[in-house]
Design a protein around this ligand. Structure first.
Ligand code: PFF
Length: 449
């Protein structure tokens, strides 16, 4: 290979690229609903505590591994400890499997964006009709696949342009647009009649709804939302330059990710309450409930198009980061040219995504442990591989990694003070492994109470 490895321009690029990976579908459709269901403001407080206890240490650990080695996740772990190279493979496998369903849902956002632009979204006036149309669309053997392939090609185009011209430039362009759009939609939504009731449902702390499961949901959401536990942040931070301030970057990424999640709630719930609709979860909230709400607004198709464009941008910056984990691995570890590596990744992940899309319809009879392919990819990654990856990452950083390396990276070679370094080590050694082990066992159904 011999060519010079790419580095990102500066701190702003580092923040926007990493925040691009973090901000995704998870923030916009998952966070608001989980928060609303689990006691609103009370959930937010627990979520922020989880971010501080788990998110910050694991994110800093991944940044350390990536920036210190300037290598893809497999190469990074292998360089630091041969016996831990397997953790890099966990990252490669998780990224592949996540893309297997994330591309499909991203493709749906493309379809709904096009439907909004063409104006035919105005026919989506009742939730029952919308649910039927959504089911018809997702189980169709052709259309969702075309959308999935288009989305994969869009991701490929950015990756093919390279780290600086593709990933860095696109994040610098897309992230600010995403923010402005989200603020505009949230403002519009809150201004609707009864909008403030939605704000109350979303943010008013209700501790009576908090159970042990709330803590688990908050921890799982923190991991998925920050893209940690699967080496994505290792790959991205391997492109940080040595002047990038890791502590500030981590803080900014976390702040932006949480802000987007809160703004998404402020965009969605006031609209839901204004239309007097029961808040529902996940895909049905976004693809079934919201279209009928947009249709009650003046310029409905415009707001709908704006919202789905927002989802496209959020999903795209995340699929790019997952793709890059795999491309960097094939390029640096397997000796493929970057162009070839990117094509191999696009083709393999697209085929998997097409199969998982078909598993929602014509291939629905093919089940793995009772779940279709789409649901099993979601289950295995969110419930097993991510918490396991996080658990092992914190054990690695707390017990195996040379303390000097951790200190050197976190303090940016001594130029930054890190007063809380001792606390960080305690969190990585004891708190994170214990909590993550709990999530992992709970998700496997082993440790429930
Ligand atoms: N953080 C993304 C979201 O909130 O949608 C999802 C994600 C992207 C998870 C990249 C993991 C990852 F490596």
């Amino acid at each position: 290979m011999g060519e010079k490895r790419a580095t990102l321009g500066g701190r702003l690029s580092a923040v926007l690229v990493a925040a691009g990976s973090a901000v995704g579908l998870g923030n916009i459709w998952r966070f608001p609903y989980i928060a609303g269901e689990n006691g609103g403001g009370a959930f937010l407080i627990i979520y922020i505590a989880c971010i501080l206890l788990l998110g910050v240490p694991v994110l800093l650990a991944e940044f350390t591994v990536g920036r210190h080695t300037h290598l893809n996740s497999v190469g990074a772990y292998r360089t630091l400890s041969k016996r831990w190279a397997f953790l890099g493979y966990n990252s490669v496998i998780s990224s592949l499997l996540i893309l297997g369903f994330y591309f499909v849902v991203s493709g749906w956002t493309l379809e709904y964006f096009i439907t909004s632009l063409s104006g035919s979204i105005s026919e989506y006036t009742h939730s029952a009709v919308n649910a039927e149309r959504f089911a018809e669309f997702t189980t169709n053997p052709l259309r969702p696949i075309v959308c999935t392939v288009l989305f994969a090609l869009l991701t490929h185009a950015v990756i093919a342009l390279g780290v600086q011209k593709g990933i860095e430039r696109s994040s610098k362009l897309m992230m600010p647009i995403l923010f402005v759009m989200l603020i505009v939609i949230a403002a519009r939504s809150i201004a609707l009649p009864f909008g403030l009731e939605g704000v109350e449902f979303f943010l008013k702390p209700d501790f009576s709804k908090v159970t042990a499961k709330t803590f688990l949901d908050a921890m799982g959401q923190a991991f998925f939302s920050l893209s940690i536990g699967l080496g994505c942040m290792i790959t991205y931070s391997s492109y940080f330059n040595d002047k990038t301030n890791l502590q500030k970057t981590a803080f900014n990424v976390i702040a932006l990710d949480t802000l987007v999640a809160v703004l998404a709630g402020l965009a969605i719930f006031p609209a839901v309450f204004s239309a007097d609709i029961e808040p529902t979860s996940g895909p049905s909230l976004v693809f079934v409930t919201l279209p009928s709400i947009f249709n009650t607004m003046t310029f409905g198709p415009f707001w709908s198009a704006l919202f789905f464009l927002l989802l496209i941008l959020a999903a795209l910056t995340s699929t790019i980061s997952l793709h890059e984990v795999l491309t960097a691995y094939l390029h640096e570890e397997r000796g493929l040219s970057r162009t070839k590596a990117a094509w191999v990744v696009t083709i393999v992940t697209t085929l998997l995504a097409c199969a998982s899309s078909l598993s929602l319809g014509v291939w629905g009879d093919f089940k793995i442990c009772g779940l279709n392919l789409f649901d099993s990819l979601d289950f295995v990654t969110a419930n097993i591989l991510l918490p396991l990856g996080g658990l092992l990452t914190s054990i690695f950083a707390g017990w195996v990694l040379d303390r000097k390396i951790l200190r050197t990276e976190i303090s940016d070679h001594g130029s930054m003070r890190c007063r809380l370094f001792g606390l960080l080590v305690v969190l990585l050694r004891y708190v994170c492994p214990a909590l993550l082990l709990w999530i992992f066992l709970y998700n496997l159904g082993i440790f429930r109470f």
